[in-house]
Design a protein around this ligand. Structure first.
Ligand SMILES: NC(=O)C1=CN([C@@H]2O[C@H](COP(=O)(O)OP(=O)(O)OC[C@H]3O[C@@H](n4cnc5c(N)ncnc54)[C@H](OP(=O)(O)O)[C@@H]3O)[C@@H](O)[C@H]2O)[C@@H](O)CC1
Ligand SMILES: [K+]
Length: 491
């Protein structure tokens, strides 16, 4: 966003101090609309974040609210922040002497996009006082100490009730722990033209309908079941068949025209007892699986749920990817399929690069990610966003890195971050459902990055609409109201 600022100013549309005044005005409007303010404390740093704080101080005072300013350092000389501080016509007290009343309103304008190192004891002590006083904290751009690119805390950071940012959200507003520390996030329009933000070729997006709605499958008038996409799901043996059935049911509910469950012979009877519209086919090893691929050319496969983290599962995944070349559009590798592939990761990723290889979607949670990409996972300097992107590039796959802030990353660097996640999804089998939804959208010709992003969104939306008490068995059916609402929105 600093680049967007620079370009806006360079194009002569608006000067730096005008942008700062607009930012301060937007924050002040939010404060006055929400909080009764007998008194406000403004914490100001030396840069433009502090400059925004000085504008807020002036505007709140003009609105009749007494303000106290506490500065960690004076504004940089001859800067816009220095102009804003002069306009505020108030004397700042040293941050070290900070003292606030219980429940006080505090504007945190210490550091924002320019955070360059971990915060020290001065800020940490101030945040402890705010915490003890139960202060309502309004953060300017970001809670100070939260890194804008990663959402990580450098040294210390306060927990804000509200964060007002400008033009667009940054990764820190969406990624943990930043997401939680921001509280509610309001994006204020301060006059940075849309075309300047879009001209930055930003490749990281909030995962919502605007990102993938245009590619979301619509049933064609002349659709027949195989044109609506055929998904194949591999089932485990008799003691662990449920995971694959959850995936298969979800694929069917998410719009796949046909779903085949590939079951070992010894689990056929169990699977048959639980299935009606899902096609059941015997598949006891690679030759039978390949027979199916050659005969039916399914659009997408799900491999992994319930299969067990044995080496054979991993070896089979590599063989499957090789055998599927030219026959299958996409393979979703999930759960045990990921864990078991870890020793064969290099072969798997090489197979994903072969000509005509099926596109690969990997859906790890944190533990599976660590097993499949140990070096990337261990690199503490990387954010979840950067880890996902590096993994996608290494594997030449879409990486859907699950969690409360699920990231979907593509090998070309595009990434989406989920904002509608819900703890309701922390239930056994929920991931199996997600892999079925991904496969169904892929099978309906949605491009992989968009399909994976849309699946994450739909999965969470279904859970939210269902509410408490949700178990994975409910999720395929719970997709229906979410799909109906989406359909109406896209109509
Ligand atoms: N983008 C937009 O659309 C708009 C952005 N605007 C606003 O500008 C903000 C970005 O401003 P900014 O670039 O001046 O950076 P900012 O966050 O004030 O910090 C830099 C100063 O802090 C210092 N410093 C850093 N870390 C430190 C530490 N740990 N401990 C101690 N000191 C530390 C750092 O020192 P240095 O690194 O130079 O040693 C430097 O002096 C942005 O967040 C938004 O609020 C609006 O005004 C207009 C529209
Ligand atoms: K801040």
């Amino acid at each position: 966003m600093a680049e967007a600022d620079r370009r806006t100013i360079a194009e002569g549309n608006i000067s730096g101090i005008e942008l700062m005044r607009a930012a301060g005005s937007a924050i002040t409007a939010e404060i006055l609309a929400r909080y009764p303010c007998p008194l406000a404390h403004i914490l100001c740093g030396p840069g433009n974040n502090g400059g925004d704080g000085y504008v807020v101080a002036r505007l709140l005072a003009q609105a009749g609210v007494p303000v106290k300013i506490w500065a960690s350092a004076p504004p940089r000389e001859s800067s816009d922040a220095a102009i804003a501080a002069a306009e505020a016509e108030a004397i700042a007290a040293p941050l070290a002497e900070l003292s606030v009343e219980p429940g006080a309103l505090v504007v945190d304008a210490l550091y924002g996009a320019g955070l360059s190192k971990p915060l020290g004891s001065l800020e940490e002590a101030a945040f402890a006082k705010l915490h003890d006083a139960g202060a309502i904290i309004v953060a300017v751009d970001l809670p100070s100490g939260v890194s804008g690119d990663s959402g990580a805390v450098l040294g210390a950071a306060p927990t804000a009730t509200l964060t007002v940012t400008f033009a667009r959200k940054k990764p820190a507003h969406l990624l943990l722990p930043g997401k939680v520390l921001c509280g509610e996030v309001v994006v204020a329009d301060i006059g940075i033209p849309d075309q300047i933000v879009e001209g930055l070729n930003v490749a990281c997006f909030e995962n919502d309908v605007r990102l993938w709605g245009a590619q979301f499958p619509k049933a064609a008038v002349d659709a027949h079941k195989y044109r609506r996409g055929h998904v194949g799901v591999f089932s485990a043996g008799p003691s662990a068949t449920g995971a694959a059935r959850l995936s298969a049911m979800a694929a069917a509910r998410a719009g796949a025209g046909a779903v085949t469950l590939l079951s070992p012979a010894n689990a056929l009877a169990i699977n048959a007892a639980h299935l009606t519209s899902i096609i059941l086919r015997r598949s006891d090893g690679l030759p039978e699986a390949v027979e199916f691929l050659e005969a039916r050319k399914p659009d997408a496969l799900v491999y992994g749920p319930g299969l067990g983290p044995h080496p054979e599962t991993g070896r089979f995944a590599v063989h499957l990817l090789n055998a599927a070349r030219g026959l299958v559009g996409h393979i979703v590798l999930d759960a045990d399929g990921l864990t078991a592939s870890a020793p064969f990761a290099a072969e798997l990723f090489a197979a994903a690069r072969e000509k005509d290889a099926s596109s690969l979607v990997l859906t790890p949670h944190e533990g599976e990610f660590g097993r499949l990409f140990p070096a990337i996972a261990a690199d503490k300097s990387l954010s979840k966003l950067e880890k996902s992107r590096k993994a996608a590039a290494e594997a030449n796959a879409i990486v859907l890195y699950k969690g409360a802030d699920t990231v979907v990353a593509a090998p070309d660097g595009r990434a989406s971050i989920s904002t509608n996640g819900t703890p309701l999804l922390a239930t056994a089998g929920s991931g199996d459902v997600l892999s079925g939804i991904v496969a169904a959208l892929l099978a309906q010709k949605m491009p992989p990055f968009e399909a994976a992003s849309a699946a994450v969104w739909l999965h969470a939306e279904a859970a939210r609409r269902f509410g408490p008490g949700l178990i994975a068995e409910d999720l395929p059916m719970a997709l229906l109201p979410a799909l109906r609402a989406l359909d109406a929105q896209l109509a």
